[in-house]
Design a protein. Structure first.
Length: 269
């Protein structure tokens, strides 16, 4: 049995460098601030720049845009969210850690009891959803990626600038579509919302959001709140009015959202 108590700081002695995947999120930022203040070496990665990432860089944290295995080289611990791609749309909550054996063991001791770690503790019946999500994640993510390529091909054909373009290599599931006007942005988000399995009747409207200089509009109707692997889009209401589309639990549902957004755009012309 370990001689450490649950709150002994020595439990984290083997952790010096931590990497946060999705470090631009509002949930990750407070954790990064606390750990950086305690002297841990923090690095991060995300797909889009923003005010949170700029604040992290101002703290001296190295943040890489784009997801790549090289980002985590040398990290004792890697932290990520299960309501993103790895959860496959089934994980209802939670995050994951991976890293060195000593690091993972000590984190487990901190979570439950020294010396017992992962052998005990309530799981509240959600572990099957975690495991099923991991199992289905490759298929779900592939469908979302296919939907993004379809969106790029379609909107480029209609004269909109898309990043990445349909033929470019991709490192994530986000598809940026430059819509060019506020009216087009509102119509696009209305169509995406109409395809949502939840709250499809809602009409997205721009609003103020912490961390953003401009008003932001979001369209999402997800089974898991905040799950970016489910079909959604968000955009700052400023020129050039670029919408960031992502997700779709199936290719068919993502395609439906893309088509409904086109209908709303054409209806508004």
């Amino acid at each position: 049995m370990s001689m450490f108590s649950n709150y002994d700081q020595r439990l984290l002695d083997h952790v010096t460098k931590l990497h946060f995947i999705g470090c631009g999120g509002s949930g990750m930022f407070p954790l990064i601030q606390i750990l950086a203040a305690k002297g841990y070496q923090i690095t991060g990665s995300d797909v889009l720049d923003g005010s949170i990432i700029q604040a992290e860089r101002a703290m001296g944290i190295r943040v890489t845009l784009g997801h790549d295995a090289n980002n985590i080289v040398g990290a004792d611990m890697v932290v990520g969210s299960l309501i993103k791609n790895p959860g496959g749309g089934l994980a209802p909550i939670g995050g994951y850690i991976c890293g060195t054996q000593a690091c993972v063991d000590r984190c487990a001791y901190r979570l439950s009891a020294p010396g017992l770690g992962q052998e005990v503790g309530a799981n509240l019946g959600i572990l099957p959803a975690f495991y099923q999500g991991f199992f289905l994640a490759p298929t779900v993510t592939a469908g979302a990626l296919k939907g993004a390529i379809f969106a790029s091909e379609l909107y480029e054909g209609l004269g909109f600038r898309c990043v990445p373009s349909a033929g470019e290599a991709r490192s994530d599931i986000i598809q940026a579509v430059e819509l060019g006007s506020e009216a087009a942005m509102l119509a696009f988000c209305k169509g995406i919302q109409a395809a949502a399995p939840v709250d499809s009747f809602a009409a997205p409207i721009p609003g103020d959001m912490p961390g953003y200089e401009s008003k932001v509009i979001m369209a999402a109707g997800a089974f898991i709140q905040g799950a970016s692997i489910e079909l959604s889009c968000d955009a700052p209401m400023r020129e050039p009015y670029t919408a960031y589309l992502q997700g779709g639990l199936t290719y068919e549902s993502g395609k439906a959202g893309v088509m409904l957004a086109v209908e709303e755009l054409l209806r508004g012309e």
